[in-house]
Design a protein around this ligand. Structure first.
Ligand SMILES: [Zn+2]
Length: 270
């Protein structure tokens, strides 16, 4: 009803001067549980105003997350390569795809093209480990640092701290979901990590009050709107952002400006 909209609420509306970008969506056609092709995502965002989306592969196209003793092999290497390449082929006039390269233990950064704008690094407790001691790991990080690509980094708490403080110093790290899926929002806060200028986060699946708490403490420059499709619904994740009681210009930053700035800082080769 029109008469319920007061000036205060108008101030909270985003100006939407820049495109809305979903900074976190999974997309692939090899893992069908659940279906998460580009067409599936596109059907979910019709009419939302989302014009760009960061996409990375489903975990089950990269490694077998249900086998802690999983050993890499050529079959999985091919699956991974096809999966990363698929994301270079999708998108349409209404929706631009920003592909991130999902890296695993072969640290195959030579497969990255100039179209890959970021890195996805993912492991939950009990899943096969990244080989941080492998010299190829450090070589891959050197390449990522040189290209100034952001890394969406979701790992156990100790590895997260080590990655930021030791392994990937100077690399921009996006810790997704305000680290709620690894139970770490408060732990990350106690370690002072959220305040680091290299550390970003996204809002996917995070409750409103945590998003507000983060913005109150750390500002609105390093927090990105994300949906975590297909596990989160882009439409409802977006309406969560719209309903936050924060000024409209800050909302614009979260909805896309921050990510545009971050990606503009990276250097693309080839
Ligand atoms: Zn995710």
């Amino acid at each position: 009803m029109v008469n319920t909209i007061n000036n205060n609420n108008n101030m909270l509306k985003p100006n939407l001067s820049a495109p809305i970008i979903d900074a976190h969506a999974h997309c692939g056609i090899q893992d069908q549980f659940p279906s998460q092709s580009f067409e599936n995502y596109y059907a979910h965002v019709a009419g939302t105003g989302i014009q760009k989306v960061v996409m990375f592969s489903p975990v089950m196209e990269i490694y077998d997350r249900y086998d802690p003793n999983f050993q890499d092999n050529t079959e999985w290497q091919l699956r991974r390569k096809n999966s990363n390449e698929y994301l270079l082929t999708v998108g349409n006039r209404q929706l631009t795809v920003i592909p991130y390269f999902f890296i695993w233990n072969d640290f195959a950064v030579e497969q990255m093209s100039s179209k890959h704008k970021g890195i996805k690094w993912h492991r939950h407790p009990g899943e096969p480990s990244y080989h941080y001691e492998d010299p190829r790991c450090q070589m891959a990080i050197d390449e990522i640092r040189q290209r100034n690509m952001p890394v969406v980094f979701e790992e156990e708490f100790d590895n997260t701290i080590r990655f930021i403080h030791e392994i990937a110093v100077g690399v921009n790290v996006i810790i997704p979901h305000l680290d709620l899926l690894n139970g770490g929002y408060d732990a990350i806060e106690r370690n002072g990590i959220w305040g680091s200028p290299q550390v970003y986060t996204d809002t996917s699946l995070a409750p409103r009050h945590v998003v507000i708490d983060y913005i109150n403490r750390y500002g609105s420059e390093r927090i990105l709107f994300g949906s975590d499709f297909p596990f989160g619904d882009p439409k409802s994740e977006l309406s969560k952002l719209f309903s936050l009681r924060i000024p409209g210009d800050k909302k614009d930053m979260v909805l896309g400006q921050n990510l545009e700035r971050l990606l503009a800082e990276s250097h693309h080769q080839q």
